[in-house]
Write a protein that binds this ligand. Structure first.
Ligand SMILES: [Zn+2]
Ligand SMILES: [Zn+2]
Length: 147
């Protein structure tokens, strides 16, 4: 089994254990999330699946994503006014984002716990989490710029 397949199986098991009914659409949304690895928006998921499920609406995709969020299968990444992206990698990781095409790539780095501690000391906040994003130009866009 490939890694995405394995993750899909694990996610399906989690859904079953949570008593969530697995409809063909729900299965497809989950499969897309696990295999794309691209942090898609609900709209992108909808567009990718609309041929297969002509009766599915964007609202259905959203409802399914809510279910996945509730049981902790995905994370939601909000970016100000633009729509949320969904991340099926729920382990601790950081993101690098392409300024040109908006692609988001995961990278791993030891969790910056000392930042949280320092922020707590300096501000007196009770810190819950942090998010770090690095920006740049992806390899694809660098290639395109050369031509
Ligand atoms: Zn790019
Ligand atoms: Zn991610």
């Amino acid at each position: 089994m490939t890694v995405p397949e394995q993750r899909l199986q694990e996610a399906l098991t989690t859904l079953k254990e949570s008593g969530v009914r697995i409809t063909p659409q729900r299965h497809a949304v989950l499969e897309y999330l696990m295999q794309s690895m691209k942090h898609p928006t609900a709209d992108e998921i909808y567009k990718a699946l609309e041929d297969k499920f002509p009766n599915m609406s964007v609202a259905t995709v959203y409802n399914n994503l809510r279910v996945f969020l509730d049981i902790g299968l995905v994370r939601e990444l909000t970016y100000g006014d633009s729509s949320s992206r969904f991340d099926c990698n729920t382990s601790d990781h950081y993101h690098i984002i392409c300024d040109e095409c908006g692609k988001i790539v995961d990278f791993h780095y030891p969790s910056l716990n000392e930042v949280e501690q320092l922020a707590e000391q300096v501000t007196g906040f009770d810190v819950s989490n942090h998010r770090l994003e690095v920006y740049g130009t992806c390899e694809n866009c660098q290639q395109m710029a050369k031509h």
